[in-house]
Design a protein. Structure first.
Length: 160
């Protein structure tokens, strides 16, 4: 008996190989078109009304007595918890529109707090902070060494 070989090769024909090449090139072209487009996921577009609201907000720069910016300075509307902090360059933008007569409190460690009253239609407010003098109370005695008070148990232990 003669055995027949029923195994056939799974080699693709020449036409199938070309079709596969064309499809892979087409897929690569489509993917590269998507890759070259701008990604605008986090960019926001401002409308005309948003621009008007931003132009009405109070902005400014806070400097110290040597004209250096004060980063992290607190700017708070008096009597509320509404406020903001200055950025690294001492610039700030207050988060809401202020009315005439509102008082802003500028405060920073080592500087005297400053209260500024808002005038009508004010959009820019630059502030210069004054350094606060810190005095130590009393004199430091360096002639005598410090001895801590002994507890009852330490006194009893000292007898033995």
């Amino acid at each position: 008996m003669k055995q027949t070989n029923n195994l056939s090769s799974n080699k693709p024909s020449l036409k199938e190989g070309r079709l596969f090449n064309y499809l892979s090139v087409l897929g690569f072209v489509v993917l590269s078109l998507f890759a070259f487009q701008n990604v605008n996921a986090q960019q926001t577009r401002t409308t005309q009304s948003e621009t008007n609201v931003q132009s009405e907000l109070l902005t400014g720069v806070v400097l110290d007595h040597e004209n250096l910016p004060l980063p992290g300075l607190s700017v708070v509307l008096k009597g509320t918890k509404i406020g903001t902090a200055t950025d690294f360059e001492g610039k700030y933008t207050f988060p809401q529109k202020l009315k005439e007569g509102d008082v802003l409190v500028f405060s920073f460690l080592g500087y005297s707090p400053k209260r500024v009253k808002i005038v009508q239609d004010q959009t820019v407010l630059n502030v210069t902070m004054d350094a606060e003098l810190v005095e130590l109370m009393g004199a430091v005695d360096t002639n005598q060494t410090y001895k801590s008070k002994r507890t009852l148990w330490q006194k009893i232990k000292g007898i033995f």
